[in-house]
Design a protein around this ligand. Structure first.
Ligand code: ATP
Ligand code: MG
Length: 560
């Protein structure tokens, strides 16, 4: 039984200034998951206190992403901006308690007066204004009598506190900005540190779960709650944010990638946004599994992206039907197979799923195999096709390479083979063993498709920048002074120039023509692929590679 009589009520509080990323997924799983576990509730609350950076597009995308992860807020969708009236009243109450004052120092002066970690701050000359004067000035701030930055409302706490957050923090600032929900009603906006705990309290939140950067803000969180709230008080709990190798989890940087055209949008399949992962072909189940495995820690660390991919493969392995797709086709002619003849062969849809059944694939005299599955002068232990050697064609016959046909430039354009009619499934020599098995598609039925191969957007994990979150805390008022974008360009130099490779002439099994956008397959020997949510259609089949088959995480586990 906890101090709320066993009640657990959490919230997920995104700021609608970008799309959600994989770090947010961890927070969503934690907040909604904790509520589920304790039969409690979890709210979705948009933290929309900074009108300058927020947009409706982001609100909609965030809702879609939370739903995609399988969580529901039922009727508990809230906006911090819904509480602007109430927050204003809270501020007035603080003034009346003598615990807040209007300060005329400039932003720069406020920073100077604040002191440092080793030096105490200095009190503002406006700190001892009378309650009446503060009430009057604050009302006039609200009424729009002063320009941006002319005055702020500050909490009156302790300029000598060892915790900088307690040195008379700003709680309201003047911003003549249009707000996506409240329009032009307000020209003063509350700071995050003030709005957040009080929004929690208004919603009767019990556990306010946030990332570690906010640990030093907890005394301030408590100060607002203790001074303004009677009855059940929300409490803040911190956990480590998720950092992933090869991945940026900063909305500000992701936004730059989109705005400056380094990617094709927030849902570009290379983006670590949930919209990007969805379009790439990730499943919500794999993201849940990943979040469960990394657990909740109190210390920041970086998780290997191979673990996320491992969770994804485990899920897709069970679900994804197998098909054959040749990404870089090389023509093969079976010279002893009758011209014009075709034959239907049975192919297992998914060896991991007994329910998945069988389909038929068409064999014919002309086929395609993968160009890289043939070598004219192979090294030892090359078990694919080469002159005079045999391989099995999956679900079909053993073939033998008899002759190589080249064009004038010496480029291989065709392989001529013979097949052994006894070696198909059920045939007298079905059990004959050869070392290599290749995937293939017959020319008779091949469907042309575009395939997009993705690699990491960033080449290594140095692109991680844990300081980010600190920068973001200083939003709003401070932000206007610290235009800190230039020094940030470093992460752009880590962009992988080969993160997208488009293959236009792939030959795939014809059933893929009817694939619904978003449906997932294993292309034998090539990896998992997903029909693109935006660009795939029966007329123009387009498949994204979700992930390859080689599982470096599982391998590392086996070897350790
Ligand atoms: P970003 O740095 O990406 O802008 P943010 O914290 O500013 O993140 P919010 O929209 O405020 O973005 O985040 C909503 C919630 O998600 C917050 O409670 C925040 O703590 C959590 N969150 C954000 N990033 C991560 C992360 N990398 N790992 C875990 N939780 C995160
Ligand atoms: Mg934030």
């Amino acid at each position: 039984m906890n101090k709320y009589g066993g009640r657990v009520h959490t919230r997920f509080p995104p700021e609608p200034n970008g799309y959600l990323h994989i770090g947010h997924a961890k927070s969503i799983c934690l907040n909604f998951g904790t509520a589920e576990e304790f039969e409690g509730l979890c709210n979705l609350r948009f933290d929309d206190t900074n009108p300058a950076k927020e947009e409706t597009e982001f609100v909609e995308s965030i809702k879609e992403d939370v739903r995609w992860l399988g969580f529901t807020w039922e009727d508990r969708l809230f906006y911090a901006s819904d509480y602007f009236d109430q927050l204003y009243e809270f501020a007035v109450q603080l003034i009346k308690q003598g615990k807040a004052y209007v300060c005329d120092l400039t932003a720069e002066e406020i920073r100077e007066y604040r002191g440092t970690l080793t030096e105490p701050g200095k009190e503002s000359p406006y700190r001892n204004r009378s309650i009446e004067e503060n009430l009057d000035l604050f009302t006039r701030m609200k009424n729009g009598e002063f320009p941006d930055g002319a005055k702020v409302l500050r909490a009156k706490i302790d300029m000598a506190s060892p915790n900088l957050n307690m040195r008379d923090p700003i709680i309201y600032r003047i911003m003549h900005e249009h707000h996506h929900r409240t329009g032009d009603k307000w020209c003063i906006y509350p700071m995050y540190d003030f709005a957040h705990p009080l929004s929690d309290a208004i919603e009767n939140i019990t556990h306010s779960i946030c990332t570690l950067e906010f640990e030093d803000h907890r005394p301030l969180y408590d100060w607002f709650v203790d001074n303004l709230i009677t009855g059940d008080k929300p409490r803040q709990y911190e956990f480590a944010r998720l950092n992933l190798t090869n991945t940026i989890t900063s909305k500000r940087k992701l936004r730059r990638l989109v705005e400056e055209g380094y990617v094709q949008g927030w849902d570009d399949p290379r983006m670590p946004t949930l919209a990007g992962y969805r379009r790439r072909g990730y499943t919500p189940e794999s993201i849940h599994d990943f979040c469960n495995r990394i657990g909740v820690a109190k210390a920041n660390s970086t998780v290997d992206i191979a673990l996320l991919e491992h969770c994804l493969r485990e899920d897709l392995n069970l679900k994804a039907p197998r098909v054959m797709a040749v990404l870089d086709p090389l023509k093969v002619v079976i010279t002893n197979y009758p011209e014009g003849q075709i034959e239907k062969l049975e192919a297992e849809n998914n060896p991991q799923d007994p329910e998945a059944g069988y389909r038929q694939v068409t064999f014919s005299r002309t086929l395609f195999i993968e160009r890289e599955d043939f070598m004219e002068n192979p090294p030892k232990k090359y078990f694919r096709l080469s002159p005079g050697k045999e391989v099995r064609l999956k679900h079909a016959y053993i073939i033998k390479c008899e002759h190589v046909v080249k064009d004038e430039e010496g480029r291989i354009i065709e392989i001529q083979c013979t097949y052994d009619p006894d070696t198909k499934s059920g045939g007298p020599a079905a059990g004959r063993k050869v070392k290599g098995t290749l995937h293939w598609v017959s020319e008779a039925e091949a469907l042309d498709a575009e395939v997009r191969l993705y690699d990491y957007l960033f080449m290594d994990d140095e692109s991680q920048d844990n300081q980010d979150s600190e920068d973001e805390l200083e939003d709003g008022f401070e932000d206007e002074l610290n235009q800190n974008n230039e020094e940030d360009d470093d992460f752009l130099s880590k962009l992988n120039p080969h993160s997208l490779k488009i293959l236009k002439n792939c030959k795939v099994e014809p059933l893929l023509q009817d694939a619904l956008p978003g449906s997932k397959f294993q292309f034998l020997r090539q990896g998992y692929f997903c029909a693109d949510l935006k660009d795939h259609s029966p007329q123009t089949p387009v498949f994204n590679r979700i992930v390859g088959l080689r599982d470096s995480w599982a391998k590392a586990k086996r070897n350790s």
